[in-house]
Design a protein around this ligand. Structure first.
Ligand SMILES: NC(=O)c1ccc[n+]([C@@H]2O[C@H](COP(=O)([O-])OP(=O)(O)OC[C@H]3O[C@@H](n4cnc5c(N)ncnc54)[C@H](O)[C@@H]3O)[C@@H](O)[C@H]2O)c1
Ligand SMILES: [Zn+2]
Length: 358
């Protein structure tokens, strides 16, 4: 079971290689470098770095491992990567390899973008979210005390190596959270893929290898197409934020200690669909289909208890804005399509928030 997706970005084009058992194969075609730094976290490193290092032939291989979790996504941790590279006198021809979820990928990419003004970078994503979303598209970042992902760069990897076998060790909640982003691709861009997900969700929940490979392939292809069209998110790339404005409000309200990102996005997609349905842009049957598919992926579909419309208005910045028209939302149209728009009815938004928070 294997597949390849091309990300077409001129001279920065690269391939996403998806296969079961990929990291157990000779990796020197992907990593011909003489100096290799494997970056990982305290959960993933012990599981996979030995297997990867065993496939790197005669290269000089270093490891940098930090405590798992979003709290490590800081500039001083990235500085630790740079210090190691300098202490070990790694040249600009070295490669930094991210082995882990989105936290490892975003940090390693940023470290690579800046080391001697740009060292090579390869992604080996190990969460479903990282495989279908964060490893594709070149956004890298660390958090700043004043905001998530505020310090970063667009920096594309040389290649992305997705070994679907690494998903076997992923905790169930993380698996479902990644599925929220997979479902998002169907909802925003492909009725055919949405229907495929409806038909194959049982297989995906059982982590059937063929189903996983296909879901990851289609998701990467959809993201690659959008990124090739709009690398720096001046337009269409913002469609990928379906469910994210409401979802981010939930995450912020819970101070990032409640729902996981994908779980919050699941709720956010339902809220966006309900707003669309209220305005007649989609129908109630589509909202119910979306809820059913999220439910089948073991994802939440309702706003956390106690959160109010005022909380949403606050975190969406609407209490500070003169009128809601300044806010742009990604809203579903008929199933498999969506628009980015500021032209929604503010009364419908208020009514949707009231309905979703009751
Ligand atoms: N660059 C982008 O375009 C982009 C897009 C979406 C999200 N992100 C970023 O990605 C991050 C979230 O990524 P994430 O959800 O992968 O979180 P994560 O990297 O924190 O991984 C989630 C948890 O799973 C563990 N884990 C990872 N792979 C595992 C495996 N195979 N087996 C067992 N445990 C494993 C990790 O150690 C961690 O505890 C956020 O920081 C977010 O800002 C970036
Ligand atoms: Zn997301």
């Amino acid at each position: 079971m294997s597949a390849t997706v091309q990300v077409a970005l001129g001279e920065r084009s690269y391939a996403i290689n998806i296969a079961s058992g990929l990291i157990g194969q000779n990796l020197s075609d992907y990593l011909p470098h003489r100096e290799i730094l494997l970056v990982s976290d305290s959960n993933v490193g012990p599981l996979y770095l030995d297997a990867i290092e065993a496939q790197l032939g005669h290269a000089r291989v270093l490891r940098y491992q930090f405590a798992a979790g979003e709290a490590s996504k800081r500039l001083d941790v990235v500085e630790g990567i740079w210090s190691l590279l300098m202490t070990e006198r790694f040249s600009r021809k070295c490669v930094l390899v991210a082995v882990g979820g989105g936290v490892v990928g975003d940090m390693t990419g940023f470290a690579a973008a800046c080391y001697q003004r740009g060292a090579d970078f390869v992604q080996i994503p190990t969460t479903l979210l990282a495989q279908v979303d964060s490893s594709v598209g070149g956004k890298t970042a660390v958090n700043h005390p004043q905001g998530k992902n505020m310090i970063g760069a667009f920096y594309q990897p040389l290649s992305v190596l997705i070994d679907t076998d690494t998903l076997a060790s992923l905790p169930q909640r993380q698996w479902s959270a990644g599925l929220a982003e997979v479902i998002k691709y169907g909802a925003l861009g492909s009725l055919e893929f949405f229907q495929w997900l409806e038909a194959n969700m049982a297989g995906l929940m059982a982590r059937d290898s063929a189903a996983m490979t296909e879901a990851i392939r289609v998701s990467c292809q959809m993201k690659a197409d959008i990124v090739a069209d709009d690398e720096r998110e001046t337009g269409r790339r913002a469609l990928l934020n379906l469910g994210h404005t409401f979802g981010h409000a939930i995450e912020a309200h819970e101070q990032y200690r409640g729902l996981l990102h994908g779980e919050a996005v699941a709720v956010g997609m339902v809220m966006a669909a309900r707003l669309s349905a209220r305005m007649g842009w989609t129908d109630n049957a589509s909202v119910e289909r979306l809820e059913a598919l999220l439910f089948a992926a073991d994802l939440p579909v309702s706003v956390p208890a106690g959160m109010t419309p005022a909380d949403f208005m606050h975190h969406m910045g609407l209490d500070k804005k003169v009128d809601a028209g300044q806010l742009r939302l990604v809203l579903p149209k008929p199933m498999g399509s969506a628009v980015i728009t500021a032209e929604f009815d503010p009364d419908a938004l208020a009514a949707t928030l009231a309905e979703c928070c009751s």
